[in-house]
Design a protein around this ligand. Structure first.
Ligand SMILES: Nc1ncnc2c1ncn2[C@@H]1O[C@H](COP(=O)(O)OP(=O)(O)OP(=O)(O)O)[C@@H](O)[C@H]1O
Length: 356
């Protein structure tokens, strides 16, 4: 058994968390859902801060809860990162990191060193928390959680308290965690953008239940989910930089089923990238577009159509080879062009963001 398996039924009057999930043993699983959907309650059950009767939890082969076993929180080798990193003001950064380790049996000098390196805080070790920026404090908070050499890292909206600039500053470090940590990371977020940048897997919670669960793009490309992302509906496509056209400052991203030209961000050929393609930036045509300023036209087939939040709009799911994109179009366009499931169409992608 190599993954994280969690089965809990737990709640209060008016709310029940009712989940039975298997999450991968490494990589970032994002827990996404509206306020009150049970994301924090699920993390707290995993941490042992809530005790769901008849619950079952095993983390990478080790049982932390079942009918007979209950490992108390302080014996669970886990890191928990909250919105606000509550550091001890009288201790230096190093003192704060060491304090976390002393309380755990699993912390090791190697884990501490790796955490300091991963979060890029080596130059801050002697500082007191009062002399750190919000972003630096968050990085120290994450390093402290990692220094105990956890078997799972739980992160509850670690960026929520930061402004946009600080978020941008810290995201590269979170991406490194995603690439370099060999443990499962459960990451609660309200932000579809953050989820698209960081997650490999996505769990969508709705009213305490799992509305969808699976590899990131399988879930993002579902257009039938009750939870709607509004302007943020879209997919994340993994690919590699296939070529650079220096004369036009463009980079070609190759993915399963096609290629797209995008603005060149100086990334080298063969670099793996993730593209975020929002449904509002994707239009459909029934004939191959000519004389269009939109350079990325891909041939695909409509495989589902669903209503959008707005009564005048619909979402169409299109398979471009093995890659799914979503287009948001008006009902009138759908009707006029005769777009229906099974129709071959041209997909025009006006813009896409490269998420390294
Ligand atoms: N100890 C508690 N006693 C009673 N109700 C609680 C308790 N903890 C949470 N709740 C309720 O359970 C529901 C789920 O809360 P939870 O914090 O898990 O949601 P969430 O998805 O993390 O929300 P948010 O995104 O706002 O943080 C909410 O309705 C909340 O008010």
């Amino acid at each position: 058994m190599t993954e994280l398996q969690a089965r809990f039924r737990h709640g209060w009057p008016g709310f029940t968390l009712d989940v039975d999930l298997s999450m991968p043993a490494r990589g970032v699983t994002a827990l996404f859902g509206s306020s009150g959907s049970g994301k924090t309650t699920l993390l707290r059950c995993i941490a042992g801060l809530e005790r769901a009767p008849l619950g079952r939890l095993s983390v990478v082969g080790e049982v932390w809860q079942d009918d007979r076993v209950w490992v108390p929180t302080h014996r669970r080798p886990l890191g928990y990162v909250f919105q606000e990193a509550s550091l001890f003001p009288h201790l230096s950064v190093m003192g704060n990191l060491r304090y976390g380790i002393r309380r755990s049996s699993d912390g090791s000098a190697a884990a501490l060193e790796q955490a300091i390196e991963l979060l890029g805080i080596g130059h801050l070790l002697e500082r007191k928390p009062a002399h750190l920026s919000g972003g630096e404090r968050s990085r120290v908070g994450i390093a402290r959680a990692l220094a105990v050499n956890p078997r799972v890292l739980l992160m509850d909206e670690p960026l929520a308290a930061l402004d946009l600039k600080r978020k941008q500053e810290i995201l590269p470090y979170l991406k490194r965690l995603h690439e370099e940590l060999a443990i499962p990371v459960l990451y609660v977020s309200h932000s579809p953008d953050e989820v698209a940048q960081l997650a490999d897997h996505l769990v969508v919670l709705d009213g305490g239940k799992v509305a969808a669960h699976g590899p990131l793009n399988d879930v993002l490309s579902r257009i039938d989910l009750p939870i709607r992302l509004g302007e943020d509906v879209g997919v994340a496509i993994d690919g590699t930089i296939g070529a650079i056209d220096a004369s036009w400052s463009l980079a070609r991203v190759d993915f399963v089923g096609g290629q797209m030209w995008m603005r060149d961000h100086g990334l080298p050929v063969r670099k793996r990238v993730r593209m975020r393609v929002l449904a509002r930036d994707v239009s459909l045509a029934t004939a191959q577009p000519e004389g269009s300023s939109i350079q990325n036209a891909l041939s695909g087939r409509v495989d589902a159509i669903a209503p959008d939040e707005h009564p005048g709009l619909v979402l169409a799911r299109v398979a471009v080879g093995d890659t799914i994109v979503i287009s948001r179009l008006t009902k009138r366009a759908l009707d006029t062009l005769g777009i229906a499931v099974g129709l071959n169409v041209w997909v025009q992608i006006k813009s896409a963001a490269i998420l390294e």
